[in-house]
Write a protein that binds this ligand. Structure first.
Ligand code: MLT
Length: 322
């Protein structure tokens, strides 16, 4: 019995010790950060900006792995099933970790129980965007045109469950249309199609559109937040443009698989917070129109509460994709 007990105790203490030692020495090798959309899109851009600084703090490379498909749920499922050792993380968002729940009745993961919240990275207001020669001078003319030509217009998105899909589903329901949706593996490629005028409109996160709007290669009719965005002072709010009912904003955050040791989660959270206090990181995020969370909005518990409230919010406005 003693032998068994000793045997039992030894591995357990080794395991506990290893976990404690592992957390103390973490990270001892490179970390994989899954981005569940194509390179060059908003999720990828935010992840690379913040993870680039985090890797300096942690002393290990953070490798971005773009795992695309199914509106970001393919990569999110991969992350949920990864070993909870701190070496596989995901940059998810309002789509993958909230809107996907009502859109996929058989979603392979539960954002609230299959992940550990690590760090909120950026709030990302939604813009109503169109190809640069769309025949409308303002949001009201745009809405009238979309209503009159719904069966002829193509709306780009990043797949069912993505932010762009969910935000435009809400927009379409507010104005009462059902356009043809054109899915892409991310709104990076979708933006290329919009600039090339291969698609007609899109609802996207501001961080993906500021350079194109300033460069005149696409049009922005409104920002779906209560106040204008400092990076785009000439773009009216939806309320100023006559559509107060349409309010939409997204966010990007880091998650780890359920069961990742708290000491590792706390180390990652601290590294993310340090990145968000870095002048260069802040400037890059703010110049792209995103909101950098204040210290009180960076805790793991506040991210847990955000996911909970966002799942409830989007479950009230979205239904399973037809
Ligand atoms: C989304 O629509 O969910 C994202 O904008 C996709 C992306 O980050 O490429």
């Amino acid at each position: 019995m003693a032998r068994f007990a000793v045997g039992l105790v030894a591995p357990l203490s080794l395991a506990l010790g290893a976990t404690a030692a592992g957390a103390a020495d973490y990270p001892e090798r490179q970390i994989t950060m899954i981005v569940p959309f194509a390179a060059g899109g908003p999720t990828d851009v935010v992840a690379r900006i913040v993870a680039g600084h985090m890797s300096q703090t942690l002393g290990q490379t953070i490798v971005i792995e773009n795992v695309v498909g199914a509106g970001g749920t393919t990569g999110s499922t991969r992350a949920a099933r990864a070993a909870p050792d701190g070496y596989t993380l995901i940059t998810g968002h309002m789509g993958t970790h909230a809107a996907a729940v009502p859109l996929y009745p058989k979603l392979a993961y539960n954002p609230q129980t299959d992940f550990e919240p690590v760090a909120l990275l950026a709030g990302t207001p939604i813009l109503i965007l169109a190809r640069k020669d769309f025949p409308a001078e303002n949001l009201q003319q745009f809405i009238a045109n979309v209503k009159a030509n719904t069966d002829k217009l193509n709306m780009a998105h990043a797949g069912v469950g993505s932010v762009s899909y969910s935000a435009c589903e809400l927009f379409n329901s507010v104005i009462g249309v059902k356009p043809i949706g054109v899915p892409f593996n991310g709104t990076g490629p979708a933006m290329n199609a919009l600039v090339a005028q291969q698609v007609d409109y899109m609802c996207d996160q501001i961080v993906n559109a500021v350079p194109q709007i300033k460069g005149g290669t696409i049009r922005a009719y409104a920002v779906a937040t209560p106040t204008r965005n400092a990076s785009l002072p000439d773009v009216p709010t939806t309320k100023q443009a006559g559509l107060p009912a349409y309010q939409a904003s997204a966010w990007n955050a880091i998650f780890a698989p359920k069961g990742t040791p708290v000491a590792i989660l706390d180390k990652l959270n601290a590294a993310a917070a340090k990145a968000l206090d870095d002048e260069n990181v802040r400037k890059r995020l703010l110049d792209l129109g995103s909101d950098v969370p204040p210290p009180e909005g960076r805790t793991r518990d506040s991210l847990r509460e955000l996911v909970k409230s966002e799942v409830a919010k989007w479950s009230a406005v979205l239904k399973p994709a037809q």
